[in-house]
Design a binder for this molecule. Structure first.
Ligand code: NAD
Length: 294
């Protein structure tokens, strides 16, 4: 079976790698955080002491890192992994990064004869654990067909968004909608509760009415409304507010390139920057709720 190297075992990478193990793929794993590597080694993965060691002998390389500079740092430059991955191998770059950065890595991969797909995901940590992620893929259709069984072991929906960088463009559009919905939901929850409504009652009414949206279905920002949502666990786990701020920044950069008007996205970015200034960047992005309560 295809040998896979998996690099980046954080909130998302670890459960994604676990699903590949469950599907029977031989996996060599690396993260800068040793405990994450040890966890998966205890579940059957081969631990690697460096990214370079992880890719030795791998036919497919998957990375799930925080942001553009991590990805460029991993693959490009004199010590970059692309210098170590033999031609003909496949790289699935699943981090959410700038479309321009994704194109840069695509170009470098092509120069080395390596096939690469930008394949950011949606579905959160719960989707990563359940193997129900959505993959938004940019790159050659042929490479996507080669990768399809591997994506299918981690996700439910696999979309070919277009050529290189297109997956990232789809992802920033999606996350801009998600942030705006989260803020609108948090604002309405605070409004209703300030006027005497029970949070769970209000949440259920809106969920089943025309204000219903993904955050009301799966991720209510008010503590105690949804037992398994990060809001009910002190805003821990999930998707860090600083990563959402990063994605909103990417959406604004993308809008600047195309001259698009994105006022809701711009406001969402400003509100997330405020949260970061309050020291809440490492908490789940639903912590935006706290901007609206005393
Ligand atoms: P995270 O910070 O939990 O995990 C990133 C991991 O990468 C960390 O464990 C870190 O140690 C590791 N890392 C960084 N640089 C490395 C390097 N050079 N070599 C090896 N390991 C390295 O982040 P996450 O929540 O898992 O998110 C990963 C990506 O997925 C981000 O781009 C994020 O925007 C995107 N994403 C996250 C979610 C979510 O709900 N958390 C949902 C969809 C997409």
């Amino acid at each position: 079976m295809t040998q896979i190297a998996f690099i980046g075992l954080g909130h998302m990478g670890l459960p994604m790698a676990r699903n590949l193990l469950k599907a029977g793929y031989p996996l060599k794993v690396f993260d800068l955080v040793r405990s994450a590597v040890d966890t998966l080694a205890g579940e059957g993965a081969l631990p690697a002491a460096s990214a370079a060691e992880a890719v030795e002998g791998a036919q497919v390389v998957i990375s799930m890192l925080p942001a553009s500079h991590h990805v460029e740092g991993l693959y490009l430059g004199e010590d970059g992994l692309l210098k170590r991955i033999p031609a003909g191998r496949l790289v699935l770059e699943c981090s959410t990064i700038a479309p321009e950065s994704a194109k840069k890595v695509h170009l470098a991969a092509r120069e080395h004869g390596v096939e690469l797909l930008d394949a950011p995901v949606s579905g959160g940590t719960a989707g990563a654990a359940a193997g129900t992620l959505t993959f938004m893929v940019g790159g050659e259709a042929g490479a996507l067909e080669r990768a399809r069984p591997i994506f299918a072991a981690m996700g439910k929906n696999i979309f070919h968004a277009g050529p290189e960088g297109a997956g990232q463009i789809a992802k920033v559009c999606n996350n801009q909608v998600l942030a705006v919905q989260m803020i609108a939901t948090a604002e309405a929850m605070a409004l209703g509760v300030a006027n005497g409504l029970e949070p769970a009652t209000l949440a259920e009414i809106m969920r089943q009415s025309s204000g219903g949206n993904w955050t009301l279905e799966k991720y209510n920002p008010w503590p105690g409304v949804m037992e398994n949502a990060p809001a009910s666990k002190g805003y821990s786990g999930g998707f860090m507010a600083e990563l959402m701020a990063k994605d909103l920044g990417l959406a604004q950069e993308t809008a600047s390139h195309s001259g698009s008007s994105t006022p809701m996205g711009a406001l969402a970015l400003q509100l997330y920057r405020l949260l970061l200034k309050q020291g809440k960047g490492k908490q789940d992005f639903s912590v935006v709720q706290q901007l609206f309560v005393e």
